[in-house]
Design a protein around this ligand. Structure first.
Ligand SMILES: Nc1ncnc2c1ncn2[C@@H]1O[C@H](COP(=O)(O)OP(=O)(O)OP(=O)(O)O)[C@@H](O)[C@H]1O
Ligand SMILES: O=C(O)c1ccc[n+]([C@@H]2O[C@H](COP(=O)([O-])O)[C@@H](O)[C@H]2O)c1
Length: 319
């Protein structure tokens, strides 16, 4: 494991320009996974079927076409350091962070992860030019998971105050569950094809809490080949969560141990235990969630009467 440093990017395995083992397994697993649990009304688009509420073009690859938002990508950082877009003078590496999760709902802690990672990476000479939150597809069968249409909107509200974090709705808008490697690959290929930055200068990294890092070792959850590809070809920034021993997680996992130089561990200097589960619990119990998540998020939850299965007192949400 590193407290930061850089070995250079591995071979790019981009999707849907499928090449290389990582991609083939990503595509394969899309077919193997069960269909979304919710029944969504469908309409034909170009001879294929797409959910009506999304109405995006379904590509020949089978993926629904959703452009990657790039409005907060810091082009000035790229230009300042290179003089010319995407052509670094001194091996400067630009990092784009991806946080994958349920975001059910997003909290201030989800936004903090990006700040912590940016500070830590920039202290080591990287330039973080953007970050993406990717809410999981509805087919990610997790207890109490709200439909992604709400989770995407909540994340967009949460990101409003960030200068560099955006929401990538691609994963949520696909017709089936998407594995995290597929999401990382798609972000990398979209950025490279935009012409904003050269592949050699770009490092797309998975940003996560230590619980997610630990889940790599849970049998049947991740595909080991894909964990290896994520570690080798992308890299991980892991924020310590609730006292979890990141060093131990890495040393007891062969793949993580082999790739420890591309896994960056970051300590939260202001530890707290905010989690989506705790926020949902507060809402159900009619307790205030103010200062746990942005006010816009709370307003939307309140307006849409979300997470209310057991709530009696809507007024107290705002404290
Ligand atoms: N307090 C936290 N400290 C460190 N990482 C966190 C924290 N909260 C969330 N994360 C990380 O954010 C990412 C997305 O998390 P997720 O959407 O599952 O939120 P969560 O709060 O863990 O949700 P839940 O309580 O429903 O499990 C994961 O990588 C998770 O580890
Ligand atoms: O890619 C995989 O194989 C894979 C296996 C398990 C979990 N994930 C992703 O990891 C994230 C976990 O989110 P959460 O809310 O369950 O902590 C979510 O985005 C999942 O899609 C991804």
């Amino acid at each position: 494991m590193r407290k930061l440093g850089f070995d250079g990017p591995g071979p790019v395995r981009s999707l849907p320009l499928a090449r290389g083992r990582g991609n083939r397994s990503a595509l394969l697993c899309c077919r193997l996974l069960p269909p979304p649990s919710s029944s969504i009304p469908c309409c034909p688009i170009g001879g294929r079927i797409a959910p009506r509420r999304f109405q995006h073009l379904v590509m020949d690859s089978g993926f629904v076409d959703v452009p990657l938002p790039m409005d907060k990508i810091s082009l000035s950082s790229v230009q300042e350091s290179t003089g010319r877009i995407g052509c670094p003078e001194r091996n400067q590496m630009f990092v784009v962070l991806l946080s994958a999760g349920s975001f059910n709902p997003p909290t201030y802690m989800h936004l903090r992860l990006f700040e912590l990672a940016k500070d830590a990476l920039e202290a080591q000479g990287y330039v973080v030019i953007g970050g993406y939150i990717s809410p999981a597809n509805d087919a990610y069968r997790k207890k109490d998971l709200l439909p992604s249409i709400h989770r995407v909107h909540l994340c967009e509200l949460a990101c409003r105050t960030s200068s560099f974090v955006m929401v990538d709705p691609w994963e949520a808008k696909q017709n089936s569950y998407q594995r995290t490697l597929t999401v990382l690959s798609r972000i990398q290929s979209s950025l490279c094809h935009s012409g904003l930055i050269r592949k050699e200068s770009l490092k797309v990294m998975l940003l996560c809490g230590s619980d997610l890092l630990e889940s790599f070792a849970t049998p049947g959850v991740w595909m080991l080949d894909q964990v290896r590809t994520i570690c080798q070809d992308f890299g991980i920034v892991c924020i310590r969560r609730e006292g979890k021993d990141i060093e131990k997680i890495i040393s007891t996992n062969e793949i993580l141990q082999e790739n420890k130089n591309n896994i960056f561990s970051v300590d939260e200097i202001v530890p707290n235990q905010i989690s989506s589960t705790r926020v949902r619990d507060c809402i159900r119990r009619g307790l205030s969630v103010k200062y746990l998540t942005p006010d816009e998020v709370i307003d939307y939850i309140k307006d849409q009467k979300l997470y209310l299965n057991e709530i009696k007192n809507l007024g107290s949400l705002m404290g």
